[in-house]
Design a protein around this ligand. Structure first.
Ligand code: ADP
Ligand code: MG
Length: 696
């Protein structure tokens, strides 16, 4: 296949440059090269004037002449500056490398077209390493849109700049002229109204006009998103067709008794709806795979409890897996308390469970003595086997790797029903991709009487007022968290940061008891500290982010986040969720230095303006891009998409999903001859990685 041709055989590449392209950009074949898309286009028909330049200019071209060359610095610091003017102003052209070459090549007082991105340095406009062409009359100049390619420093050292890349890609296109096969089936091309693959590739690199460029972009974005969706939809359909689930056909004494006698409060409408959705799934005969999204404090735990009671009513065991020991212990307590009157046997298994007890638990699971097992990663160890595990809940799932989830699958002969609960709302576009094969339930309502947390942003110089405020809150019998971030990669330094904070806070509040919590404490110590705080024997908890997920102390009303600039939005939101859990007004105070990047300022603004996890998740996705969001790395999905963008291209994504569903509904196994090409593309893209989806 021509697309598999080694990149070194493309004219203009050769073995040396091939090595660089392999290393720097992961480009190995001619096909890779063709899929190395430009990141922007420059309108070559437009020449700017120097006096028009402002701070927001993209790459532009100027026409003018060099008035003089000057060199500065010595040795490695040497740089060459050419003063350039077009009669409307001056700009400096600057080179740090290849100085001799530039000096020899370009002459003072000749007309040139200069090409690059203007930046302001020491109050002067300059362009570093510009492209320079001799001036040509309009008729001779290449017109229209010119592609710009990302390059690295290493590449530039071997004169592989954007222009060189364009040239090489042009050569590659020459090699495949008339030989590029369609990558999508005719029905998909028709449904999505796409231009042919060949035209798309040609126009993405060498746009004939803006309209064709738009069509090319659409086609390539669509294709990229389509194959991800096709894979998910195909997989989900296959699973539904193949897998029977345990039948939870009845509701019996456990749920009924609980509901009538022990339910501590009215369920919210949203909780009721979600329980109904789960009941419907588990009574369908198919295996349930459901994602439950609900903002912090929305009452997901209660939903899990009630579903497990349904499992018990049908003779099945359940388990709940939590990401931290604190959280597992807390769940264990909640479950034990709620179910204390019901003769339900709940056990807790974590990394620190003693050997003896561990063995007892293993035995109890096998005999069926234990009805509900709560734990951490310890649950997925091999020796944990159940008699009849029917229902699995994974709490705050974004903390679990895919492989870990998949392991739970093997805990019983038959796949159990799976409910994945997350308090980090996932924007719809991302959810469709990350959890595209899961059914989705949403708790979009908080229990009544909750007041939204008031969030403010303060600078760290002004602690007096803050401490006064904390004092007042504690005076009103409330409690406070003060969270310190991970400052360094090194745990020791982080700890130092926390210790210092702890000492400082203890000094500032001699009248109160201050406790502290961090990830490296022994579980028993953590538990003890937690107990102290829950019982209000300590009024202030100084902590690292170990309290980020799940911790529930309704009496705490103040959350102070130190160095808030170091946290991502969803993390800030999670931390804030630790307060506002009771009926009283709660507060979240974000502390940062005065000097902040625009990005951070924006994050602080979003936090003070919104309490809505979904709004925050969308904003987070926009600010950081999908590749950096939690959970995406383990997903195995190529989130570094080449051309599509999950935020900007959501309309294309929805369309791709729809068409993928149509195709799979019509031809679930892609066995029709016309769909052969889709199957081939999927396997080329490594599309079988979705197997893990069985569990989550
Ligand atoms: P999350 O969804 O963050 O896991 P939890 O399940 O921890 O939330 O619930 C948060 C708090 O709300 C708990 O203290 C819980 O007891 C309480 N809660 C849950 N459901 C209700 C309800 N329907 N009415 C009042 N309080 C509730
Ligand atoms: Mg929770």
């Amino acid at each position: 296949m021509i697309l598999q041709t080694d990149i070194q055989f493309v004219p203009g590449v050769g073995p040396k440059r091939a090595g660089i392209l392999n290393k720097e950009l992961d480009l190995f074949t001619l096909g890779d090269l063709l899929r190395y898309y430009p990141y922007r286009y420059i309108d070559r028909s437009r020449i700017y004037y120097i006096h028009e330049i402002d701070g927001s200019m993209p790459y532009i071209q100027l026409k003018g002449r060099i008035t003089a060359f000057e060199t500065f610095g010595e040795g490695r610091k040497r740089r060459l500056v050419a003063h350039f003017t077009d009669g409307t102003g001056f700009i400096d052209l600057v080179w740090f490398q290849g100085i001799r070459y530039v000096e020899n090549r370009y002459k003072v007082n000749q007309e040139y077209i200069v090409f690059g991105k203007p930046t302001l340095f020491n109050n002067r406009w300059n362009i570093a390493h510009p492209d320079i062409d001799p001036y040509m009359s309009e008729a001779d100049r290449p017109d229209g849109l010119m592609a710009m390619y990302n390059t690295t420093e290493k590449m530039k050292e071997h004169s592989l700049n954007s222009k060189a890349m364009q040239k090489i890609i042009g050569n590659a296109l020459g090699m495949v002229k008339g030989r590029l096969e369609e990558t999508l089936s005719a029905d998909v091309v028709k449904m999505a109204n796409l231009i042919p693959f060949h035209d798309a590739i040609e126009n993405i690199h060498f746009p004939k006009n803006p309209l064709l460029l738009r069509d090319a972009e659409f086609r390539l974005k669509f294709e990229e998103l389509f194959f991800i969706q096709l894979n998910i939809v195909r997989y989900a359909a296959d699973r539904k067709a193949r897998l029977n689930g345990f039948l939870f056909s009845r509701v019996g004494k456990y749920l009924n008794t609980f509901y009538r006698k022990h339910l501590p409060f009215e369920l919210t409408q949203a909780q009721k709806r979600v329980i109904k959705e789960i009941r419907k799934d588990t009574a369908s005969g198919k295996q349930m795979n459901r994602l439950l999204q609900g903002d912090v404090g929305s009452g997901k735990t209660l939903v899990a409890v009630m579903c497990m009671l349904i499992a018990m009513d049908n003779g099945f065991q359940s388990c709940l897996m939590a990401p931290t020991e604190i959280l597992a212990a807390q769940h264990f307590e909640t479950f034990s308390r709620l179910l204390s009157e019901l003769k339900v046997n709940v056990a807790l298994l974590t990394g620190s469970t003693k050997k003896r007890e561990r063995q007892e638990i293993h035995a109890g699971l096998l005999t069926g003595d234990i009805d509900i097992l709560i734990g951490t990663h310890a649950l997925i160890e091999d020796e944990v086997q159940f008699r009849n595990l029917g229902f699995v809940v994974i709490d705050e799932q974004h903390r679990f790797g895919v492989a870990q989830r998949a392991k739970l699958w093997t805990k019983s002969e038959h796949p159990p029903h799976v409910l994945v609960m997350t308090a980090t709302p996932i924007p719809r576009t991302l959810a469709m991709t990350l959890y595209g094969d899961l059914d989705l339930s949403v708790i979009d309502e908080l229990p009544p009487g909750r007041k939204p947390v008031k969030t403010v942003h303060r600078y760290d110089k002004n602690r007096g007022a803050l401490y006064q405020f904390i004092r007042e809150q504690i005076g009103a019998r409330r409690q406070a968290y003060i969270v310190y971030p991970l400052i360094e990669e090194s745990e020791t330094l982080d700890l130092k940061n926390l210790e210092e904070g702890f000492l400082h806070i203890r000094e500032a509040f001699p009248e109160f008891t201050v406790c502290k919590m961090h990830g490296r404490m022994k579980p028993a110590e953590k538990e003890e500290v937690m107990r102290q705080f829950v019982n209000n024997q300590a009024q202030i908890m100084v902590s690292t982010t170990v309290i980020e997920v799940g911790v529930n102390v309704p009496n705490a009303s103040v959350m102070v986040i130190e160095s808030a600039q170091r946290f991502g939005l969803s993390q800030l939101h999670q931390l804030r969720g630790r307060v506002g859990r009771g009926a009283d007004q709660s507060y979240c105070i974000l502390i940062t230095p005065y000097e902040l990047s625009a990005d951070t300022r924006k994050r602080m603004e979003i936090m003070t303006e919104s309490n809505d996890g979904f709004v925050i998740a969308e904003a987070d996705l926009k600010l950081r891009g999908p590749g950096d969001l939690e959970g995406t790395q383990q997903s195995g999905i190529p989130f570094n998409l080449r051309i599509a963008d999950l935020v900007r291209d959501n309309a294309i994504l929805y369309r791709a999903r729809e068409i993928a569903e149509t195709i799979i509904a019509d031809d679930p196994k892609l066995s029709q001859p016309q769909h052969l090409v889709l199957k081939q593309q999927l396997s080329r893209l490594g599309g079988n990685r979705y197997d893990w989806g069985r569990i989550s």
